[in-house]
Design a binder for this molecule. Structure first.
Ligand code: URA
Length: 440
């Protein structure tokens, strides 16, 4: 088999055979195919697309390119969750404990922040003492005993995605549904859970800017999951505004705690209840509406918060800061950003808000950069709120005032103020399952 012929076939709109896809992935991971040929094939896929069968085959070959986690030694149904990435998205740390407190196991591997989006692992590591680099045995032991554990990606998981993602990043081939779907689903399948809930973000802070594109991506991923015997549901959730009020690391953990106490922002609480409801549904706990009520009950009775503290402590974290978030180390500089005019906030460019938080030190410009856990943004006003000129709309935290001043310039460009209140938009736009698409 020759890579040249595979590239030419896809360039001309052909359908690749299972053997051709297998050959490409195996040989590329082995270093036998140069990046220039892999790039040519990626661009041909970008332009010509893939059939659902090709996408499923690509996903499975990628999933099997490295370790496959076997969770069968842990009793019960294991449910995974994946978010396509957003700003202020701390949902995993709220829903995993809620779901685990109802007896459903969550063995989750998460990522770090990159670009304008935050990462669950950075947020968790802002809890003093907490480790996310646990070995497999310790990870399993915590999932068995506590019910949930969130770690960084360990071992040699999906090396094909590591190589292909880096290549896509520099060849303008990231934004392609079969390539995104296979990248995400190969990691979920290799991570071993029985069922998968996908949170596909849509809007100015997301990969997919429109609801229709987000639905297409969700359909491709649900189809792959079902094709390989993993029950999969996707919610299309709004990322046209940051989720909740806090964007950063330690300040997002504070918001996790307040939400688990029933005192969190309404948008974050509602999205988390929908996510938890669907994870419980996938685990066979009942219809989504009944599961939503179960999830709400775990906030009201404090068991969701107790489970979060138990998980953090099992991972070495100091639960005292969760009981009393005032104990988190504080940023040296604090700075209020005023509203530029009277009126209503009609839009917040969420990507720009994320970039402003990176500028403050809460995220990283480049892989490996350090993160300032105490930096970030607390939104005092959000889209739809009425503001008076000069009134603070956000509070910034950083290591020094200069960082706040330059982030404020970015942030001001993200906020639009108009003379009419904007129309409300749903927090959850659609639910995609094997049964079809429900729009809300
Ligand atoms: N997230 C991934 O893991 N892969 C993609 O291709 C896009 C988002």
């Amino acid at each position: 088999m020759r890579m040249y012929d595979i590239i030419a076939k896809k360039r001309d709109g052909g359908v690749l055979s299972d053997e051709e896809i297998q050959f490409f992935i195996t040989s590329y991971v082995a270093g036998e195919i140069p990046d220039y040929q892999a790039s040519a094939l990626l661009m041909a896929i970008f332009l010509r697309g893939m059939t659902p069968h090709e996408t499923a085959q690509l996903t499975m070959c990628m999933a099997h390119s490295g370790d496959m986690v076997d969770l069968s030694a842990i009793d019960g149904i294991k449910v995974d969750k994946h978010s396509t990435g957003g700003v202020g998205d701390k949902t995993t740390l709220i829903v995993a404990p809620i779901v685990a407190s109802l007896g459903v196991k969550v063995a989750k591997m998460s990522g770090r922040g990159l670009g304008h989006t935050g990462g669950t692992i950075d947020k968790m590591e802002s809890i003093p003492g907490l480790h996310t680099d646990l070995d497999r045995a310790r990870f399993f032991e915590i999932v068995r005993r506590v019910g949930c554990c969130v770690v960084g990606q360990t071992g040699n998981l999906v090396p094909a995605d590591k190589k292909l993602y880096a290549l896509r990043d520099v060849t303008a081939t990231v934004n392609c549904i079969p390539l995104i779907a296979s990248s995400i689903m190969s990691k979920k399948i290799a991570a071993g859970s029985d069922c998968i809930l996908l949170d596909v973000k849509t809007g100015s802070g997301a990969f997919m800017k429109t609801v229709e594109d987000s639905i297409k991506l969700a359909q491709a991923m649900v189809e792959i999951g079902e094709h390989v015997g993993r029950q999969t549901v996707a919610l299309i959730t709004d990322m046209d505004r940051p989720l909740g009020c806090n964007i950063g690391n330690a300040i997002e953990i504070e918001e996790v705690c307040s939400t688990l106490h029933g005192e969190g922002p309404e948008d974050l609480t509602e999205v988390c209840l929908d996510l938890a409801a669907n994870m419980l549904y996938l685990a066979g706990k009942g219809a989504p509406t009944a599961c939503r009520a179960l999830a709400r009950g775990q906030i009201a009775n404090g068991q969701g918060f107790a489970k979060f503290c138990e998980m953090a402590a099992a991972q070495g974290g100091n639960p005292a800061v969760l009981e009393n978030p005032a104990l988190f180390p504080k940023a040296a500089a604090e700075y209020d950003v005023p509203a530029a005019a009277d009126g209503w906030i009609t839009a917040m460019d969420t990507e720009k808000c994320g970039i402003a938080s990176v500028e403050l030190g809460a995220g990283r410009e480049q892989k490996g950069d350090p993160v300032d856990y105490s930096a970030g943004i607390v939104l005092l006003k959000k889209t739809g709120d009425c503001v008076c000129r000069g009134e603070p709309i956000a509070r910034f935290y950083a290591a020094d005032k200069q960082k706040c001043v330059s982030a404020a310039q970015l942030f001001e460009g993200a906020v639009s103020i108009g003379q009419e209140a904007p129309a409300p938009v749903p927090l959850v736009h659609a639910r995609v399952s094997a049964a079809g698409v429900e729009r809300f």
